[in-house]
Design a protein around this ligand. Structure first.
Ligand code: PMP
Length: 356
């Protein structure tokens, strides 16, 4: 007897980046922040009143919602919070699409979109990136035959970003479709359209505290949009789990969002390290896509992506390699600390030298 549903049996789940426990790696494979969160976060955890854990958290996360609204110049009714942006993005599918609807997204983008589409019986229309792995906004203007669009901006795993005006043109020319913009890496770029959600009833922006705020372990993400979209997400959430953001995470997220100075410096540091690392890789005969994120996507002129991945892993450095056709030559490297980037470059130089 097989007790699983047809849906469960047919689904191919998303594969998250490795989190190996066997030994200590220089871990550059899941786009986590290499630096700790703000000292305000540490203080909040230390001072957290344990007795509060007896109670359920505020199901509306009122305080956190109000801090996020303020940060983006929006009203609390424009904010929806969740257990990481993966959860928020997942809830977008039942909130905005019906069975057999079609959602458009790039052929090379965050590979979770196709898993959720499959899970909710939504069809996918994949729009190829151009030959330089750039997303062409003109491919998405006044789209026909789709019910919604997801744009990851900056895109993952390529790191490239679409300018704000081009992105808003997509939103403007598709007024009858929802446009979901996944800004998981938005803090490292200057392309955010978060502040514009009240100007466009079809624009939903999804963000996370996992990357730029160094809180991947706390699980906090959020969506910004007009009230009708946010209410739709709340309906789905309250049909699944009333308490998605726990009390500790709520406190920690508020602390992080209050420390603008700490994070502005951290983001500058990561962006500078990214440019240094990209230059060094180019010197070693890599083609590096222009990145506006906390990672770079690069391929070597003579060495395959899988060889670089395996050889680095053997020498204690983890990067991400994707097997899919168009990008199997590439590796995606998260920007780490200065020391970590030094180790990465030393190990990569050895691989290149052996091959020459
Ligand atoms: N969107 C993109 C593009 C991502 O790379 C990730 C991280 N894997 C997420 C969303 C989800 O991040 P989280 O659930 O940690 O907020």
């Amino acid at each position: 007897m097989n007790y699983l549903s047809r849906r469960c049996k047919s689904i191919l789940p998303y594969t998250a980046g490795e989190q190996p426990q066997d030994k200590k790696y220089v871990k550059l494979n899941t786009n986590e922040c290499p630096y700790p969160p703000s000292p305000e976060v540490e203080k909040t955890v230390r001072d957290f009143e344990t007795a509060r854990l007896r109670l359920y958290p505020d199901p509306e996360n009122t305080k956190l919602v109000s801090v996020i609204a303020q940060k983006h110049g929006l009203a609390p009714e424009n904010v929806f919070v969740g257990n990481g942006s993966d959860e928020v993005l997942c809830m977008c599918f039942p909130a905005f699409f019906d069975e057999n609807d079609t959602v458009a997204y790039a052929d090379v983008t965050y590979s979770f979109y196709k898993v959720w589409a499959h899970m909710f019986d939504v069809k996918s229309k994949k729009i190829p990136l151009d030959d330089e792995f750039k997303l062409l906004h003109t491919d998405y203007l006044s789209m026909q035959g789709v019910n919604g669009i997801i744009i990851c901006n900056p895109n993952a795993p390529t790191g490239t970003a679409l300018g704000r005006l081009d992105l808003l043109k997509i939103v403007e020319t598709n007024p009858d479709k929802i446009v979901i913009v996944d800004e998981a890496y938005g803090e490292f770029a200057s392309c955010s359209v978060a502040g514009r959600v009240c100007d466009y009833p079809n624009l939903l922006v999804v963000k996370t505290l996992s990357k730029a705020y160094a809180l991947a372990g706390a699980r906090c993400g959020y969506a910004l949009g007009n009230k009708a979209l946010i209410d739709g997400l709340k309906t789905i959430k309250n049909s699944m789990n009333s308490y998605t953001v726990n009390a500790v995470t709520e406190a920690v997220a508020i602390a992080a969002l209050s420390d603008k100075k700490y994070y502005a410096e951290l983001i500058d540091k990561i962006n500078a390290q990214r440019e240094e690392t990209a230059d060094a890789l180019r010197q070693l005969d890599f083609e590096v896509l222009p990145s506006s994120s906390n990672f770079i996507f690069a391929r070597h002129k003579r060495i395959s992506g899988s060889e670089i991945y395996f050889q680095l892993k053997e020498n204690g450095v983890l990067v991400r390699h994707f097997k899919s056709d168009r990008i199997s030559d590439f590796v995606r490297i998260t920007i780490g600390t200065k020391e970590e980037m030094k180790i990465l470059l030393t190990e990569i130089s050895k691989i290149v030298k052996r091959k020459n």
